[in-house]
Every structure is written in C-alpha cells, then in structure tokens.
Ligand binder design. Structure first.
Ligand SMILES: C[S@@+](CC[C@H](N)C(=O)[O-])C[C@H]1O[C@@H](n2cnc3c(N)ncnc32)[C@H](O)[C@@H]1O
Length: 282
C-alpha cells in the first residue's frame, strides 16, 4: 500500500508560507511531504537511506527539475550541507507503509520473510546478524530500552539459543503475543540506529538553521518523542544571566504540538502514536 502522509496539514501549517524557501525533507518515503512542499512553491532537498524510493524521487525530479534534489543517504548526512543551502527542516520518523508491508524487507511479523529490517538493504547488519553477533546482555538491553519488555533477559536467551532466520521464526519464539510487536520494534530501532540518527541530525540542524527557520519533527515512538521534546526544550532555554532578565533571550521558540485528530485516525491507523513538535529560530 502507498504510504499516506501523517499530519501533513499540520506540518504545512507549522511551516507557514514556504514559497521560494528551501525545505529539507529528511525522510522522503513515498514523497508525500516533498510533493506538498513543491506544490506550494518551495525548493526541496530530500534524504532517504532506502534505495527502493529512488524511482519515486526520480519521478519528482522529472516534474520539478532543479527545484528538487534527492540524496540517497541517511539524514545524519545533513551535516554536509551549508547553512545557506536551506531554510527549514522536516523529519517524519520511522518506517513507511511500503517498507512494513513488503515481507521481503523483514519488518513485519504479519508477513514471512528474511529477518532483515534494514532501511537500506545494502548496508549494515540485519536483525538476524544482530541477534547472532550481540551478547545476550546487549540484546536484552535493546529489548528493554526500545521495546519496554520486562522479560527482556528471558527473550534474549531464547533468541540466542534459537537464532531465528525469518520473521515468522522470530514471532513463534516469543511466547507472550503481547511482546511480539515490541520485540520487532526494538530490533528495528537498533538495526537502523534510529535514536543515534535523530540525535546526530538535530545537533547539526541547531547550528545550521537561520533566523525564522523551522525544524519540524513527527515522531511515532515514546523514546524518539522524548529525545525531540527534550532537545527542543533545551534549545528554547533563555541564555544569559537569569538574574538580569533584560539580558536573557532565547535562540529558539517552541511552536504548538499537534497530534492527529479523529478524522485522520479513522482514515489512517498508522497515525495512532504520532506527535508533531517544532521550533523556530529567533
Ligand atoms: C514515515 S516514512 C516518511 C513518509 C513521507 N513523509 C511521505 O509523506 O511519504 C519514513 C521514511 O524515512 C526514511 N528514514 C528513516 N530514517 C532515516 C534516516 N536516518 N535517514 C534517511 N532516511 C530515513 C525511511 O527509509 C522511510 O522511507
């Protein structure tokens, strides 16, 4: 199924008038956001680490020419751009419907396939490799931290003893059905270093945004959301001596937080846990 963009109206509302601005779409996916930005007269630089999206990106390139640039790399590479290259940055984190619904990619316990889970299927360790190479303790820590799984040690022990090769083998090794989705999620986050990616990209963005530039993040997971929330809070802290209020000022302003409304949730189950957070450089 084609990916339905989540919270797109709110992303556009948060960005405001983007005509002739350059927006970095850090997570191209099916190009839903990029297309909407281009339609509103923006230039777009889009990142995605998945090689499967290149055809969709080429399609937009044909339609919009120089106004659209696609970079088939992880968005932590935003550090290679210059401040003058862009005005606003948008992240729509996690995986797309195309990734989760393709059994061959190994993201879903609903389809049988190789236990892969790499967003870029040509680089890094798959979930199968990770289970094979990590120690039981390292594996348990990942399950606990990214899946909030209480019996993480027990599950890590079973995985290390059985070394699942496919999604269904992994699913069938997990005794409590309630743990299945969290185990898959935890492994996916670790395989793709998702928390490391967002932390590193935000560090670069903070130094690069110009006055009035916005950074907008749509998150789908509580740890990811906490990272974004705490980072934006920190950026918006007043700087200067708090005893001298006239000398304190903030570098960033926090903007309104949005979650999907009932109409969007009815239309798109995948919007369920989404939060939009944003800041503006002052
Ligand atoms: C939720 S989808 C984005 C959907 C997109 N906004 C749309 O409207 O079609 C997330 C996409 O971001 C990509 N992605 C996730 N983390 C990434 C990273 N660190 N670097 C580059 N791409 C990443 C995934 O490969 C996936 O295609």
């Amino acid at each position: 199924m084609k990916h339905i963009p989540v919270l797109l109206d709110k992303v556009l509302e948060t960005l405001g008038d983007i005509k002739n601005r350059t927006v970095v779409d850090c997570t191209f996916g099916a190009g839903g956001y990029s297309r909407a930005f281009l339609e509103r007269g923006a230039n777009v630089i889009a990142f995605d680490r998945d090689t499967n999206v290149v055809a969709d990106a080429e399609q937009l390139k044909q339609e919009y020419g120089d106004k659209f640039t696609f970079i088939n790399k992880p968005f932590s590479e935003i550090k290679e751009l210059n401040s003058d290259d862009f005005d606003d940055v948008v992240f729509d984190l996690g995986i797309s419907s195309m990734q989760i619904d393709n059994g061959e990619r190994g993201f879903s316990f609903r389809f049988d396939g190789p236990l892969d889970m790499r967003m870029n299927a040509n680089s890094g360790k798959s979930a199968k490799d990770l289970i094979e190479t990590l120690s039981e303790k390292e594996l348990a820590d990942i399950l606990y931290e990214y899946g909030d799984i209480k019996k993480s040690y027990m599950i890590a022990n079973i995985l290390k003893k059985n070394l699942p090769q496919t999604t269904f083998q992994l699913r069938d090794l997990i005794k409590n059905p309630k743990d299945v989705a969290p185990v898959f999620q935890a492994l996916r986050i670790a395989v793709n270093d998702e928390m490391g990616q967002i932390k590193s990209a935000l560090i670069s963005v903070k130094d690069m945004l110009k006055k009035d530039g916005r950074c907008v993040c749509v998150t789908f997971h509580s740890i990811e959301d906490r990272i974004v929330k705490n980072t934006f809070r920190q950026w918006s802290q007043p700087i200067g001596d708090p005893r001298l209020p006239t000398l304190t000022s903030s570098e960033y302003e926090m903007l309104k937080v949005f979650t999907p409304d009932d109409a969007e949730l009815e239309n798109n189950q995948r919007a369920r846990s989404a939060h939009l957070r944003a800041v503006k450089k002052l």
